[in-house]
Design a protein around this ligand. Sequence first.
Ligand code: CP
Length: 294
Amino acid sequence: MDNLLSMQQLSTDDMLRIVKRAVAIKNGEYEPFSEQLFVANLFFENSTRTKLSFEVAEARLGMERIPFEVSTSSVQKGESLYDTCKTLEAIGCDALVIRHPQEAYYEELEGLNIPIINGGDGSGSHPTQSLLDIMTIYEKFGTFEGLNIVICGDIKHSRVAKSNCDALTRLGANVFFSAPKTFQDGALDIEYVDLDEVIDQVDVVMLLRVQHERHDVATKITQVTYNSEYGMNQARYDRLKPDAIVMHPAPVNRGVEILGELIEAPKSVIFEQMTNGVYTRMSILEDVLADRLA
Ligand code: CP
């Protein structure tokens, strides 16, 4: 794999290779890279999990991280994304991790000769999140074939929903959406269901953050209304199958997508997702850098 830009570029074999390698890394089967490799993490949108778990992944692999902050860089003088990235390549970076608000920003970067890992492009895609979600499901169920997965919430603005519905469907899962009309996305060919009609039949409930920052008008859905109609609460939690899991990419709007007291409930794997994010990102770094290390 030369770059990781979207889930669409990956075959199911690619996804399973990366996820199985992440599981092996989690079991301690890895060594830091034998040669010096430099990486820069360019985050043009805020992040805690993606940015910091990449930093941990890079440190565990022995990579040298070149600190880059948009606020103190020449981006502030109007330098383009391409010129910024080409500069980092020119000074010796071996890979770039990029989060940017512009969908498919990476199409501007085709002239680069170093791997790009997409840490999220606007409402477009979030492939490293999708792969860590797939790893978490794989660890719990060992398969995707026939799993019933409902993705709930702000589908329209969610790059996680877009990446996961395609990938999980191709892996053999039955994927459904549940969302208020205002958050539905007609461009995605996925059936919408009433959460209460499926909650006792699903294996995975994947909650999505309400992305207030991407709404052009303030949503009229109140916290209480949203949780009672579309969120995880005690009544729905109690109806879950014994082995069902509850996921959320986080950050969580406590009391909205899920009640605060359920975030660490036994069926919630929200913090396991974050832990798996480090191993998944190590696996991705190994994969995109394999040619340089050969
Ligand atoms: N899930 C996720 O992408 O979190 P951050 O925005 O904190 O990176």
